[in-house]
Design a protein around this ligand. Sequence first.
Ligand SMILES: [Fe+2]
Length: 281
Amino acid sequence: MAREQVEFVQAQDLEWQPDPQFEGAECKLLSLDTDTGARTQLQRYRPGHTAEGDNPLCCGEEFYLLAGSFYLNNFEYSAGCYGYLPAGHARQRLFVPDGAVLLRFFDHLPAPLSTDPDGATARAEGREAIACLDSYRMSWDYSVHDIKLAHLGFARKNLRIDPVTGQRTFLFMTSPQAHPTNYQGPQESHPTPEEAYQLHGDLTGHVGTMYAGAYFWRPPHIPHGPFGTRGGSLSLIRFVDGAHVNIWSKEAHAFSYQQPYQPVLPEWMPVTSQSTPGENY
Ligand SMILES: [Fe+2]
């Protein structure tokens, strides 16, 4: 399998590693496509980090800033800011004054543009950059209705819909004290991979309770849920390589806030500890 299931890992349980793709930066690799090099990772830059000139990549990238700030292409990004840069797009004058931690979603190996200019051209076809969205300045969309998710009291902020594949990236919030009616409900699945990074709160599902810093990559057609939360939750979710479609099971499955943690993790993932939930990176 090109990109194995990761469901779920608390990022706090992974160690920062030197990033072979970005000199002077550290990473926590969260999921990896071993065929293409596509990956999702946390990236940490130390205070004072700089990269002069223009350093375009041969891959497209979505990113969301968790902490700190940085400058790139004459924009200032702070916590909650999102951007999308297609393959080959300019990346001028990176400067990280006080350090930064960000989530990065690469659609191919993040290598310099010069290593694969033709591949970059193909990957960028039909796609435009989103220079900067400050998600704190966006309003929640409460109009999305799926009756089988109504118990979550959820809302959404769309960050990006890919014009080629229809894939969607969005923030997803659930209200506190939410669980399926009578503690049971159907499971959902999707025809595309789904991945999520939890930014705040708690969210309990079939694999246990995710807290801030939880990450999953779920390949297509794996049933999941039902879900509930005690304190509410905020996650960044992506449906990858296709439109977001919910397929529901006919039978009901039990929900429990006490669901034990039963992760499915790839062999390469070096989980070193099980931490106390707290920081979101
Ligand atoms: Fe789902």
